[in-house]
Design a protein around this ligand. Structure first.
Ligand SMILES: NC(=O)c1ccc[n+]([C@@H]2O[C@H](COP(=O)([O-])OP(=O)(O)OC[C@H]3O[C@@H](n4cnc5c(N)ncnc54)[C@H](OP(=O)(O)O)[C@@H]3O)[C@@H](O)[C@H]2O)c1
Length: 347
């Protein structure tokens, strides 16, 4: 039987004003698929990039949007032999689940909708201790944080006493990166460009730096670390912050770049990079899709940190589902602290 859902769709690239709310008919889940009825949807910077045609190139028209949500499995299609579930999780009807970034068709299905059909291997359990809004912001940011720290050599085994610098610290990913690293035992430094947000970051990090300029950030991090530098800098900004981050790094330290907030290109400080023997890494969370053992490890670490109470997305704002364009406009203003989510009225 077909199910009618409501979904946000766009036909032209641009901004949130391009979104229109439409009815979308869903067939029953096919082999290896599940239907999930959503409670809440997580917004990501990538959604704005996708709307602008700057994410994976120009999207088809029409296109759906979104990569993150939490909901309940309402129907499962037949199992497919040989298809491994994500992180060992076996989905069942009634389970509360989130979606794994990189495995869903964000253009053909997306998550800005009341319900959707997804491959079962994209589903991951969401801790019951999290509210709908927190659950919506859980898996994408935490997998990015935990796998990204792992790429820079920071794991529960290695983290004790290591110094970590997180830039754009008030972002959805930044907040859970600080939580994850702290729970693992690392010493955390949060950098934000906003002095308004610095106060709120104090509860999440050991030190807070107002990085009004890259130079100011380098100087403050040097003071905090007694000029020894950080073992890992984790950054989604790039550009002028790139050489500055190399200057903040310790001898044999690492810098992980995972976003393009300030543009596609960045100057490199080769001298510092070479003389400090730095590990400089590009990272996307999609890496875990190519390595089943890494995926299992990262999902295991994430669930372990959540069980210890160390991972709980901070919700900046929650909007009703019907106000998605307004929520995206708020994200573009960069005034938020943590995750912006959409919530669906539950019948
Ligand atoms: N590689 C991956 O796999 C992966 C996965 C998920 C997300 N990402 C990337 O991670 C980044 C953060 O995503 P999100 O959804 O967490 O973002 P978000 O919640 O919208 O946070 C954005 C924050 O970044 C800072 N910022 C924005 N533009 C800036 C600029 N030009 N210069 C300096 N700081 C700037 C601001 O923080 P302050 O006010 O604190 O400075 C802003 O509030 C995005 O670039 C996204 O594409 C990458």
């Amino acid at each position: 039987m077909m199910t009618t859902t409501r979904a946000w769709q766009f036909r032209e690239i641009g901004g949130p004003e391009q979104l229109e709310l439409v009815d979308h008919e869903l067939p029953p889940p096919g082999p290896g698929e599940a239907r999930v009825r959503f409670e809440a949807i997580g917004l990501n910077r990538a959604d704005l990039l996708e709307l602008a045609g700057r994410y994976f190139g120009p999207p088809p028209s029409p296109s759906f949007l979104g990569q993150e949500a939490v909901g309940v499995i309402t129907e499962l299609g037949p199992a497919v032999e040989g298809e491994a579930p994500a992180g060992g999780y076996e989905p069942a009807v009634g389970d509360r689940v989130g979606l794994m970034v990189g495995r869903i068709d964000h253009r053909g299905m997306g998550t800005y909708r009341t319900a959707g059909i997804y491959p079962q291997r994209t589903l991951l359990p969401v801790p019951e201790t999290l509210s709908a809004a927190e659950g919506a912001g859980f898996w994408l940011a935490t997998l990015t944080a935990v796998a990204g720290l792992h790429a820079g050599g920071l794991t529960p085994e290695t983290a004790e006493g290591k110094k970590l610098l997180v830039t754009a610290a008030s972002s959805g990913v930044g907040v859970v990166t600080l939580q994850a690293a702290r729970t693992m035992g690392a010493k955390t430094i949060a950098a934000t460009t906003s002095s308004n947000k610095a106060e709120r970051l104090k509860v999440l990090a050991d030190h807070v730096v107002v990085a009004s300029t890259p130079e100011a950030m380098v100087e403050r991090v040097a003071e905090i670390t007694g000029r020894t530098g950080v073992d890992l800098a984790f950054d989604p900004i790039g550009f002028a912050y790139a050489p500055a981050l190399m200057q903040t790094a310790a001898q044999d330290g690492h810098v992980v770049f995972y976003g393009l907030l300030a543009g596609m290109e960045a100057p490199l400080d080769l001298r510092t990079m070479i003389f400090k023997d730095l590990g400089v890494h590009g990272f996307t969370v999609h890496r875990i899709q190519r390595d089943a053992a890494l995926l299992d490890e990262v999902v295991g670490i994430t669930l372990g940190l959540a069980e210890r109470g160390g991972l709980r997305p901070v919700i900046a704002d929650s909007y009703p589902f019907e106000r998605a364009p307004e929520a995206l406009e708020a994200m573009a203003r960069n005034e938020h602290f943590g995750k912006i989510v959409l919530e669906l009225a539950q019948r």
